[in-house]
Design a protein around this ligand. Structure first.
Ligand code: SAH
Length: 234
C-alpha cells in the first residue's frame, strides 16, 4: 500500500511538472508569436509578459486556452483581456518602473499583475464585488504587495490616491472622462479605449506643459465601463 501511495504521488508530480512546463512553453510562444511579431518592443513589457502566469487569472475550465490570442470569460459577463492588448496598453503607457499607476477595471487582476512589474505601485478599482474579492484573494496568494484594490466606481478615479503618472482604463469609455484626466500628474498619460459600445480606438492622452495631446493606437473591443461617467444601462 505504502509503495502504491508513493508511486501515485510521484506520477502526479510528474504530470504536474508536465503541466507547468506546457504552460511555460505556451507563455513563451504567446510572447514571441502574439507580441514580438506584432511589434511590441519595450523589453520591460516583454519581460513582464514572460513572467506573469495568465493561467492563474482564469477559471480552471479555460486552462488549456490560457495563452490563446483572445479574451476569455472570467464570470459576471466580464472578460480577461487578450494578451496583446494588455502588452500594447502597458507599452503605450511608457512605464520606467517608478510610476504610480491607476487601473480602472481590475477584472481578473491579470493586467494589474503585469503593471505591478512595470511600475512602482498600482491602484486598481473594480465595481463588481465578486470579481474584486477573487482578485484580492489571488494577489494575497501570489504575494503581490504593490497592488492596492478597491471595490467601487472607477470612472471617478481614486481621488484619495491621486495624482497618478499613468491611468489605464481596461473597459470601454464613451468619451473623455474628466475626473480621470484631472488625477494625472504633469507629464502623466491616460490610456483608454474610447468610442462606441461595440468598437473603440485605443487612445493616449498626455498632459504636457498644461496642454493635452491625443495619440491613437488602433481599434479595439472592450467590455463597457459602467458607473457615473461610463455607458448608461440599457
Ligand atoms: N483588466 C482586466 C480586464 C478588465 S474587463 C483583466 O486584466 O482581467 C473590464 C472590467 O472593468 C470588468 O471587470 C468590469 O466589471 C470593470 N468595470 C466596468 N466599469 C467599471 C467602473 N466604472 N469601475 C470599476 N470597474 C469597472
Amino acid at each position: 500500500m505504502a509503495y502504491n501511495f508513493i508511486s501515485a504521488k510521484a506520477i502526479m508530480s510528474v504530470s504536474m511538472m508536465d503541466l507547468i512546463m506546457d504552460l511555460a512553453q505556451a507563455r513563451e510562444r504567446m510572447v514571441v508569436e502574439q507580441l514580438e511579431r506584432r511589434g511590441i518592443r519595450d523589453p520591460r513589457v516583454l519581460a513582464a509578459m514572460r513572467m506573469v502566469e495568465r493561467d492563474r487569472f482564469i477559471p480552471t475550465e479555460y486552462a488549456a486556452h490560457a495563452y490563446d490570442d483572445e479574451p476569455l470569460p472570467i464570470g459576471a459577463a466580464q472578460t480577461i483581456s487578450q494578451p496583446y492588448m494588455v502588452a500594447l496598453m502597458c507599452e503605450v503607457a511608457q512605464l520606467s518602473g517608478l510610476e504610480r499607476v491607476l487601473e480602472v477595471g481590475t477584472g481578473s487582476g491579470y493586467a494589474a499583475a503585469v503593471l505591478a512589474r512595470l511600475a512602482s505601485v498600482v491602484y486598481s478599482v473594480e465595481c463588481i464585488p465578486a470579481l474584486y474579492q477573487r482578485a484580492r484573494a489571488r494577489f494575497a496568494a501570489m504575494r503581490i504587495g504593490n497592488v492596492h484594490l478597491r471595490c467601487g466606481d472607477g470612472s471617478e478615479g481614486w481621488p484619495e490616491q491621486a495624482p497618478f503618472d499613468a491611468v489605464l482604463v481596461t473597459a470601454a469609455m464613451p468619451g473623455i472622462v474628466r475626473p480621470l484626466l484631472e488625477q494625472l500628474t504633469p507629464g502623466g498619460r491616460l490610456v483608454a479605449p474610447i468610442g462606441e459600445d461595440d468598437l473603440q480606438t485605443l487612445v493616449r492622452i498626455s498632459r504636457r506643459d498644461g496642454a493635452w495631446g491625443e495619440e491613437y493606437f488602433g481599434e479595439c473591443r472592450f467590455v463597457k465601463m459602467t458607473g457615473r461617467h461610463g455607458f448608461k444601462p440599457e
